[in-house]
Write a protein of this length. Sequence first.
Length: 59
Amino acid sequence: MAAQDRNEHVPFPDEHSIFMVEHGPFCFARCDCGWRGPARRARSLARTDGKGHQSGATA
């Protein structure tokens, strides 16, 4: 199943490096610090989760 995963790096200018990961029909934001957002069906929601993490809204 790893062949189905697709990582998409999104350029967020900050100390945290956020990237999007797709797994089947779901997408979630991840950070180099180890944070992982909830699985979403909409990429836009996953990106919003990542931006919230970057701004310090989530740990």
